[in-house]
Design a protein around this ligand. Structure first.
Ligand SMILES: Nc1ncnc2c1ncn2[C@@H]1O[C@H](COP(=O)(O)OP(=O)(O)OP(=O)(O)O)[C@@H](O)[C@H]1O
Ligand SMILES: [Mg+2]
Length: 406
């Protein structure tokens, strides 16, 4: 048979596909509902561009760079993470796409992970935990989770929650996520709230799924594929233009908030799949920017303690290569109430109090550096330099921050 699957959006057939043993889309068949194609997929003259859909599909798989994945694939005897995606029908807890075997008539209600429970075997094997009966159940939303940090979806009191690991000896990302949540709470920034979860002596962070059975996350990268970017248009303006064309409300304000947060915490990895928008998966109406998630790669998380506070070798994404330049894109700081952050260092010290991976010298250095960032922002907001920067959003974006696939 030529086609072996139909790409589905909930119960709506979108396009027939042939997926090969490595999990790649090798042929496309009939397009049933072009309006339900994933956002940003190239479609012209009745034809879907296969390479564009294939890239989207392959990016649904766990990235090959994921911590622990080589061992997991070996244990599962699978050739690639793409093959793993196929095993759970490509279902995700971040959107409503999936693949239905061509001869099957299963409905989305029977298989989706929002309403049906799922196996934790895939998540566990990334932590080297094998099921006690030696048999793996591969029906898991972990097969479609993005990002390089180890992570797994679990169900707590009926709620779908994502548990995320940290990296290196300091294992700082989990604490950073909790701190970023607190900063955003104080400043009134819509965000995903992260908490610490202790297991086997280590701290992880956990957050609730912000997507429901009726919504879906569209990463900024795909929003930006909806229009051709002219060379003279900055990434920032291109994103705003695409959002305007798609009628997505409140984007400028959300970007202002994200840039301010990332300046304060010196986030180094706000790439184009670490922010985005949410749409109604039934009506296809765009509801607005996604709440801010994944802010852990910040506060010198991977730098030695002596480097904390230094801006040398600090990376900035997605619009500019320095945090100070990026701040120049902010249209208004009127909403930033600095007094709400008066106690934030104390909160950091409380959050990290029982950490076995962050020693006191590092915790204090981070608290002090954070205060310096707040003071710096305050002085930039007051100074005319920042006012001058903020009118100049179109010309000085240096280059695109390339999608890293993670
Ligand atoms: N709370 C959530 N609800 C729904 N989807 C989520 C949630 N958190 C994360 N995701 C999805 O999972 C992906 C991976 O999560 P996250 O970005 O936190 O991981 P990461 O390993 O830190 O990523 P990176 O490689 O960018 O460092 C996100 O890009 C997003 O698509
Ligand atoms: Mg991420």
């Amino acid at each position: 048979m030529k086609w072996n699957y139909t790409l589905m959006h909930k119960n709506i057939p979108v396009v027939d596909l042939k997926i090969n043993l490595e999990g790649k889309i090798t042929y496309l068949g009939e397009v049933y509902t072009p309006t339900h194609l994933p956002v940003g997929i190239k479609f012209a003259k009745g034809r879907v561009q296969r390479s564009s859909l294939n890239n989207w599909w392959l990016n649904r798989a766990i990235p090959a760079s994921r911590s622990g994945i080589a061992h997991a694939l070996e244990s599962l005897n699978l050739p690639s993470t793409g093959a793993l995606t196929e095993k759970s029908l490509g279902l995700s807890l971040s959107d409503q796409y999936w693949i239905r075997p061509i001869e099957s008539s299963i409905r989305w209600e029977e298989v989706n992970f929002f309403d049906n429970s799922f196996s934790e075997d895939v998540g566990n094997i990334l932590w080297m935990h094998k099921p006690s009966n030696g048999k793996f159940d591969l029906m898991s939303p972990d097969n479609t989770s993005d990002g390089w940090l180890r992570k797994k979806w679990i169900i707590i009191d009926g709620m779908r929650c994502l548990v995320k690991d940290s990296s290196g000896a300091a294992r700082q990302e989990a604490y950073n996520e909790v701190l970023a949540s607190r900063i955003m709470e104080h400043l009134g920034i819509p965000h995903v709230s992260y908490e610490l979860l202790h297991q086997d002596g280590y701290a992880y962070c956990v957050c609730k799924d912000f997507i429901t059975r009726d919504t879906e996350l569209i990463p900024a990268w795909y929003v930006m594929q909806t229009q051709k970017k002219e060379n003279h248009v900055s990434i920032y303006n291109h994103y705003l233009n695409c959002c305007e064309q798609l009628d997505i409300p409140n984007v400028r304000q959300a970007i202002d908030q994200m840039i301010v947060l990332d300046f304060l915490i010196v986030n180094e990895d706000r790439h184009q799949t670490n922010f985005g928008v949410v749409r109604d998966a039934n009506t296809l109406e765009f509801l607005g920017p996604a709440p801010i998630f994944d802010s852990g790669t910040s506060l010198w998380f991977d730098k030695p303690t002596q480097m904390i506070g230094s801006m040398a070798n600090v990376v900035c994404k997605p619009f500019k290569t320095s945090h100070e330049q990026q701040l120049g894109l902010v249209s208004s700081f009127d909403w930033v109430d600095f007094s709400k952050l008066d106690r934030i260092e104390d909160e950091w010290m409380e959050i990290t109090e029982h950490s076995v991976s962050l020693d006191e010298v590092r915790r204090i250095a981070i608290a002090q550096a954070l205060r310096q960032r707040i003071l710096k922002l305050e002085s930039l907001v007051k100074s005319s330099t920042s006012m001058k920067l903020s009118v100049d959003s179109n010309q000085d974006v240096l280059s695109d921050v390339k999608y890293s696939g993670s």
